[in-house]
Ligand binder design. Sequence first.
Ligand code: NAD
Ligand code: IPM
Ligand code: MN
Length: 367
Amino acid sequence: MKLRITVLPGDGIGPEVTKQAVAVLQTVSDVCGYEFRFEHHRIGGAAIEADGTPLPEKSLASCLESDAVLLGAVGARKFDGLTGEKRPEAGLLALRQALGGFANLRPVKAYEAVADCSPLREDVTRGADILIVRELLGGLYFGEPRELAEDGHSAHNTMRYHRDEVERVSHIAFQEARRRRRKVTSVDKANVLETSQLWRRTVTEVAKQYPDVQLEHAYVDSFAMQLVTTPARYDVVLTENLFGDILSDEAAVISGSLGMLASASVGGKVELYEPVHGSAPDIAGQGMANPFGAIQSAAMLLRYTAGLYHESDKILQAVDRTLSRGLVTPDLSGRRNRPAVTTEAIGQAVVESVTDLLQMQMAYHAV
Ligand code: NAD
Ligand code: IPM
Ligand code: MN
């Protein structure tokens, strides 16, 4: 198995967490005798400073020639006053568009070992296991026209969807549901927005091809409340771009920390893997960043790009083991007041655990 992976560490804690994710992938490669090649490039604020643009041509070219892209995070306070194309975030949006992954899969689950880290009661989060399928290339993020008026007194964005865009992401959601508990909750604002009325109609139409999957619709305002009151009720949650952005950060409280969430953007030319969190400038450079989201993004890479289901599962098991050993960064200190360890120490523990799990399995098969 050969894989060419472009790594875009980005800004803030991006480089800290991607370093650990790469170490875990390198371990899988070494232990299993695969050939994973990593090529590092700049994106975001780091690229603006060095190359004058948030997505340099060299970075994009490398991504397009790769089997997969692993990204850390973009964004820095220094650029917060800028607008549009000049922002680090513009580099990420251009990258997503160029790679073409329109379905952004964001798994969210309650981890038993750190259940006390969520502000939600344990009886509320217990058993929660959700896959948010966020439409990633449409809606307000990319709709034209968009403008901040020159006088700075008015601005507009456009929320636009074509039924083809809704259809293709719906198929992904229903297919994922078939591998899970066969339930899709489609989240919209069809009581107000025409785009949502189109969304609801199209999802309902696609659902007819999946009679074995149960479909329900929910309004985003009420869903935002139910997501944190009865999270265990949900399986696949399908929604448009901006709603998905907001709901996934909200859902992170079920896991105990935003640092736990991973994502995969699929359906395009090259798959993109990135944790859900941002560059966290408030904790950057201090060895405090939770790398589990980045590490679980690496596990998603092995599953969705390489079809290495077994190895992918071992990474997830290693994450569970590490959490069970009480090894956490400060964001997962919890009501039990666990002593915190560094980002590096977590990465190292996962590497050791993955090595053990893979070697155990190989020894078993050798008998
Ligand atoms: P953020 O996700 O960076 O941070 C929100 C809060 O969560 C902060 O308190 C942060 O310390 C904490 N946090 C986030 N990730 C963590 C981790 N791995 N471990 C421990 N704690 C973690 O969101 P923000 O502060 O609103 O945004 C900061 C910058 O990141 C902005 O420039 C924003 O545009 C950008 N951003 C980028 C991405 C991305 O690259 N995919 C995603 C979201 C935000
Ligand atoms: C995310 C982020 C991005 C988004 C930003 C940084 C462009 O918040 O991946 O959730 O809004 O999609
Ligand atoms: Mn977000």
